[in-house]
Design a binder for this molecule. Structure first.
Ligand code: F6P
Length: 559
C-alpha cells in the first residue's frame, strides 16, 4: 500500500503551503479578473463556484497530482467494476449499480447484479403505484393515507432527507412519517397522529437486527394488533432488508419484503429498496429521475479528467484544508428550507465513512482523516453560529447550497435568500480591513478615540473558504446528482487517506456494552464489573425505576 506521506505530490504541496498560507483570496481575485470564470464547473443541473478557496493553479495541479499518485483513478475503476474494495467486510461497493441506467452488466462473484436490481425496482414501482392510486387497501378497505418508515441511520436519513427536499413533488394524500429513535416519545407521537386502518408501516433495516428499529417495529405491531388482526398485518407492514430470514422471523411475509444486497452500504442505500418511502411519496417516475441524476454524476465522475471533475475537486480542495491548514471541520449550509435535513444526511455519509484511524492495511494513520461535518440551513446559521465562522479562530470551510429557481411564489423571499448566500460568500472571502472599518465608522460620525477602540472588533480577517453549489432547481434529478456528488467526494478523500470508507466498526463497541447494561438495568443479570462511574449510573437508574424487590418492568404500559 502506498504511503501517503511518501508521495512526491504530498511533499510538494507542503512546500506550496509555505507560501499559500499567507495568500489572501482578495489578492488572488485582484490578480486574476477571470478567476470566477475559471474556477467554475457545471455538471447537469448543478453549478459549482469554487473560486473562493485558498487555491491557485499551481496548488490545484499539486492536488490533482496527489489524487493521481494516491490511485484515485484505479480505485474508482475498481469500485465501478464491482471489485471487493470493502476489504474488511470482503464486499463490493456498488451503490452505482443501483442507478446504472445504461444497464451495462456489473458483476459480483461472476454474477451480473443488474437483473436483480431491475427486478426489485419493478416490484417497488408496482407497489408504489398500487398505494398511490388507491388500489392497495387497508384491512377495512380504505386507502392508505399515512406511511411510517421505521429505520435508523442509513435506513432513515436518506429517505427522510429526500422526502423533505422534494416535498413539492409529494403525493397530496400521503403523509410521510419517520421513526428512528428508540425513545418511545417519537413513536408514540407518530402513532397519535395515524390510524391503523389507513397506515402502512415500512420496517427498514439492512441487517434486520438493529435494536432500535426492531423495538419500534414490535411496538408498532402491538399497537396495530389492538384493532387489526394477525392476518391484516400483510396489508399494513412491509419490510426492506438484506436479511430474509430475520424478516420472516419477525413475522412479515417475505412476499412483502423488498430486497437489497450486502454490496449496498447503509449510508449509500437510498437508491435501493431503502428508497421505498421516496418512491411512494414521489412516484416511480420521479424516483427514476433521481436515479438518472445520480447516474449522470456517476458518469461524470468516471469519465471527466480529474481537473474538471466535480467530486474530485471538492474532495481535493477539502484535503487541502484538512491536511495542510489543519481545518478539521466542514459545514453544510443549505439556503433552502426543504433541504434542512441535508446536513444530517451528509454528516452520516461522511463521518461514518471516513471517521477512521487506520489505513486499509491496519496501520495507524499519521495525518488527519474525515472532518467533523455539521450544519444547518444557512440563513438560520447566520443568526446563530456564523459569528464564529467570520471572526473565530478556526478554519471552517463551508459548502453553501442554493436553488437558482424560486422555491415559492411569495414575492421577494427568494431574492432576499440568494442575496444572503452571495453576501456571505463574499464576506467570508473579502472580510473587512481595519482601514475599511475605520472609514465606515468615520462616515457614521464616531469620534476618533472610539473608532480606534472599536476597529479591532469591527475588523474581519476574511480569507475564509467557501464552495457555492447551485441547483438549477431542486428537482428529483438534481437532488440525485447532488447526493452522488457528495458520495464520490467522500470516496475520493477515503482513497487519499488510504482508509476503508465502507465499513463502520466504530459503531459496534457501544452496541455491545449496551446489551449487558440493558440486562443490568432490567435486573435480568446481576450487576457486572464496570468502571465506578458506569456502576453508579446503573445503580441510580435502578433506584429510580425498579421496585424494592428488584423487579424492573422492561415495557411499562403506563409510560
Ligand atoms: O449502527 C450504525 C448502522 O449500522 C449504520 O451504518 C446503519 O445505517 C444503521 O446502523 C442502521 O442499520 P440497519 O439498516 O442494519 O438497521
Amino acid at each position: 500500500m502506498k504511503n501517503l506521506q511518501e508521495l512526491p505530490a504530498w511533499k510538494q504541496l507542503w512546500s506550496l503551503f509555505e507560501t499559500a498560507k499567507n495568500l489572501h483570496m482578495r489578492e488572488l481575485f485582484e490578480q486574476d479578473p477571470k478567476r470566477a470564470e475559471r474556477y467554475w464547473l457545471e455538471v447537469g443541473g448543478l453549478k459549482l463556484d469554487y473560486s473562493k478557496n485558498r487555491i491557485t493553479d499551481e496548488i490545484l495541479q499539486g492536488l490533482m497530482a496527489l489524487a493521481r499518485e494516491a490511485g484515485v483513478e484505479e480505485r474508482r475503476k475498481a469500485m465501478f467494476a464491482g471489485e471487493k474494495i470493502n476489504k474488511t467486510e470482503n464486499r463490493a461497493v456498488l451503490h452505482v449499480a443501483l442507478r446504472n441506467r445504461t444497464n451495462a452488466p456489473i458483476e459480483v462473484d461472476g454474477e451480473d447484479v443488474m437483473p436483480k436490481v431491475n427486478s426489485v425496482l419493478e416490484r417497488m414501482g408496482r407497489f408504489a403505484h398500487a398505494v398511490r392510486c388507491g388500489d392497495w387497501l387497508g384491512y377495512t378497505n380504505q386507502v392508505i393515507t399515512d406511511v411510517v418508515n421505521i429505520g435508523i441511520g442509513g435506513s432513515d436519513l436518506g429517505p427522510l432527507m429526500m422526502c423533505s427536499a422534494l416535498k413539492n413533488y409529494g403525493h397530496p394524500r400521503l403523509r410521510m412519517h419517520f421513526v428512528s429513535n428508540v425513545d418511545g416519545a417519537q413513536l408514540r407521537d407518530t402513532l397519535e397522529r395515524v390510524h391503523p386502518e389507513t397506515t402502512l408501516f415500512i420496517i427498514a433495516s439492512k441487517t434486520f437486527t438493529t435494536q432500535e428499529t426492531l423495538t419500534n417495529a414490535n411496538t408498532a405491531r402491538q399497537w396495530f394488533l389492538r384493532e387489526g388482526s394477525e392476518e391484516d398485518i400483510a396489508k399494513h407492514f412491509v419490510a426492506v432488508s438484506t436479511n430474509k430470514k430475520a424478516v420472516a422471523e419477525f413475522g412479515i411475509d417475505t412476499d412483502h419484503m423488498f430486497e437489497f444486497w450486502d454490496w449496498v452500504g447503509g449510508r449509500y442505500s437510498l437508491w435501493s429498496a431503502i428508497g421505498l418511502p421516496i418512491m411512494l411519496y414521489l412516484g416511480e417516475e420521479n424516483f427514476i429521475e433521481m436515479l438518472n441524476g445520480a447516474h449522470l454524476m456517476d458518469q461524470h465522475f468516471y469519465n471527466a479528467p480529474l481537473e474538471q471533475n466535480m467530486p474530485v475537486l471538492l474532495a481535493m480542495v477539502g484535503i487541502w484544508y484538512i491536511n495542510y491548514f489543519g481545518g478539521g471541520s466542514h459545514i453544510i449550509a443549505p439556503y433552502d428550507q426543504h433541504l434542512h435535513r441535508l446536513p444530517k444526511f451528509i454528516q452520516q455519509l461522511d463521518m461514518e465513512s471516513n471517521g477512521k484511524q487506520v489505513t486499509m492495511d491496519g496501520k495507524p494513520v499519521q495525518y488527519e482523516t474525515g472532518p467533523i461535518i455539521w450544519g444547518e440551513t444557512g440563513i438560520n446559521g447566520q443568526h446563530a453560529f456564523f459569528q464564529l465562522l467570520h471572526q473565530g479562530t478556526h478554519i471552517t470551510p463551508i459548502d453553501l447550497i442554493a436553488s437558482l429557481e424560486k422555491r415559492s411564489n411569495l414575492p421577494g423571499h427568494h431574492e432576499i435568500l440568494l442575496s444572503n448566500v452571495f453576501a456571505q460568500a463574499e464576506a467570508f472571502m473579502r472580510g473587512k480591513t481595519p482601514d475599511e472599518a475605520r472609514q465606515e465608522l468615520r462616515e457614521q460620525g464616531v469620534d476618533e478615540a472610539r473608532i480606534e477602540a472599536l476597529v479591532p472588533h469591527k475588523t474581519f480577517s476574511g480569507n475564509r473558504p467557501s464552495n457555492l453549489i447551485m441547483l438549477n432547481e431542486v428537482d428529483p434529478r438534481n437532488m440525485g446528482s447532488l447526493i452522488a456528488l457528495y458520495e464520490h467526494k467522500v470516496f475520493v478523500q477515503g482513497v487519499i487517506w488510504g482508509i476503508n470508507s465502507f465499513d463502520q466498526w466504530g459503531v459496534e463497541l457501544g452496541k455491545q456494552l449496551a446489551k449487558t447494561i440493558l440486562s443490568e438495568l432490567t435486573g435480568t443479570i446481576p450487576p457486572q464489573k464496570h468502571d465506578s462511574s458506569t456502576e453508579h449510573l446503573i445503580h441510580v437508574y435502578r433506584q429510580t425505576n425498579c421496585d424494592v424487590d428488584g423487579t424492573c418492568a422492561l415495557f411499562d404500559e403506563k409510560k
